[in-house]
Design a binder for this molecule. Sequence first.
Ligand SMILES: Nc1ncnc2c1ncn2[C@@H]1O[C@H](COP(=O)(O)OP(=O)(O)O)[C@@H](O)[C@H]1O
Ligand SMILES: [Mg+2]
Length: 134
Amino acid sequence: MAVFRAEVLPLGSTLDIVNMRQAVRRRAIEAGFSLVDQTKVVTAASEIGRNTIVYGLGGTATLELLNDSDRRGVRITFEDKGPGIPDIELALKDGYGTGSGMGLGLGGPRRLEKEIKIDSQVGEGTRIVLTRWK
Ligand SMILES: Nc1ncnc2c1ncn2[C@@H]1O[C@H](COP(=O)(O)OP(=O)(O)O)[C@@H](O)[C@H]1O
Ligand SMILES: [Mg+2]
């Protein structure tokens, strides 16, 4: 699998979300996604990115365009050095969320995307990888 055009974006404040959303949409367009699929991946990315800022105390989003033999995709890796998630399964449950996002942040993207991987260590941080293929 080939990876093109890695781009690292800061996630420090909610203003950075606007920028990240635009960059994700550009990647999704480059990957040939339909308008609906562009919006799905942008929505999922902004939910996860908000968590990186609010709970992870800021971090980065790395955007990549993927090229398999017969398909293209987008991968976004969110990393922070925040407190970590003690119980990932619990955090993923619908309605678990404690913030203003109605608990749709992690559960929502996982439902939407299917391809989401969460690594988190208490006291060290969180890495969430969102991959979506056309
Ligand atoms: N990057 C992160 N660092 C630490 N905890 C996180 C992170 N992302 C999510 N969480 C935890 O997972 C929970 C669920 O997240 P989410 O589904 O987005 O709901 P909400 O943001 O509405 O609380 C959050 O309430 C938080 O406790
Ligand atoms: Mg959230």
